[in-house]
Design a protein around this ligand. Structure first.
Ligand SMILES: [Zn+2]
Length: 306
């Protein structure tokens, strides 16, 4: 049937290759606006028009939260030994090597200590591009050590979650991390050292079911997917349509699962102020000139209200 054969070349096939290098413009998935890459970095990976929060790397997150973007890294050399010699579509060992090469990290988390608006703190930040930010023995061990470090120096612990949940290639060993981390957080709690959980898109599975929901303060980024099982799995199980916005930050705040939603551009200010209140520290002295990249207006020092 010659009718359906394309005899002519498709339109545009002779067009010259674009002179704009790949990745210089990024289309916002929410408002479809083309955003210049540099502008996106300046706004901490947030669309200036609609406020869509793009995913952030673990290192960028630490740069955003720590003063002068500087921190001391801990336990960077810990690596998974593939305890189950696991293979699915490809060997777990190969997956690990690929992710290590792609991210420059040894596992899906960076732990660092430094200052958040002059408050000493330990931050553990998860890396989604490393096997979906999944929690295996290394992630579990590093968060536990971060909690112990915070306890030892009596400075607050902040964990930024961005994870698909437990790492199934490590089977039950990954699930045991939930209990191990929770126990370490319990010791922190009994010692009266604050723990703040920051939930970003996505925070699901065993991470939500353990430490991400155990914060003295649970802060989420706008429109982040937060839940245990995915919405499709729940719908298939209960055979009911889920309400609009189910498992998004806004829905969860309304239902009392989270304490507050904070725009990333105001995250550091809010976090620092909360830590000061929880640690019983005086409010920070007003700064003479805020950094040019921060769009938030310098706020009055909050009165110490109990
Ligand atoms: Zn947008």
């Amino acid at each position: 049937m010659a009718w359906f054969k394309k005899t002519r070349k498709p339109i545009g096939s002779n067009e010259k290759a674009s002179r704009v290098p790949e990745g210089l413009w990024i289309k916002c998935p929410s408002c479809s606006r083309a955003i210049y890459h540099k502008e996106l970095i300046e706004h901490h990976q947030v669309c200036a028009k609609c406020g869509h929060h793009f995913r952030m790397t673990a290192a960028d997150r630490l740069k955003l939260l720590f003063d002068h973007g500087r921190w001391t890294e801990h336990d960077a050399s810990l690596r998974s030994l593939d305890p189950l010699k696991f293979t699915d579509t490809k060997p777990y060992r190969t997956r690990l090597e690929t992710s290590i090469k792609a991210t420059g990290l040894n596992d899906a988390i960076i732990v660092g200590s430094g200052f958040i608006d002059e408050v000493p703190a330990v931050i553990a930040s998860m890396e989604y591009t490393f096997i979906g930010g999944s929690m295996g023995v290394v992630v579990g061990e590093k968060i536990t050590r971060a909690a112990e470090r915070a306890l030892g120096s009596r400075c607050p612990l902040v964990v930024v979650s961005c994870s698909g949940g437990a790492r199934m290639m490590e089977g039950a060993l990954s699930l045991m991390q939930m209990a191990k981390i929770s126990a370490a957080l319990g010791r922190l709690d009994r010692a009266g050292v604050p723990f703040v959980s920051i939930l970003t898109d996505p925070t699901t599975g065993g991470v939500t079911a353990s430490f991400a929901m155990l914060g003295d303060l649970n802060i989420a980024e706008p429109n982040a997917l937060i839940g245990f099982a995915g919405p499709r799995v729940i719908e298939q199980t209960i055979r009911q349509k889920l309400p609009a916005g189910f498992q998004r930050s806004e829905f969860l705040v309304e239902k009392g699962f989270l304490d507050l939603i904070v725009d990333r551009r105001e995250l550091k200010v809010t976090l620092a102020r909360s830590l000061r209140v929880m640690m019983g520290l005086p409010p920070a002295a007003p700064k003479p000139a805020p950094p040019a990249t921060l769009s938030a207006a310098p706020e009055e020092a909050a009165p110490s209200g109990g």
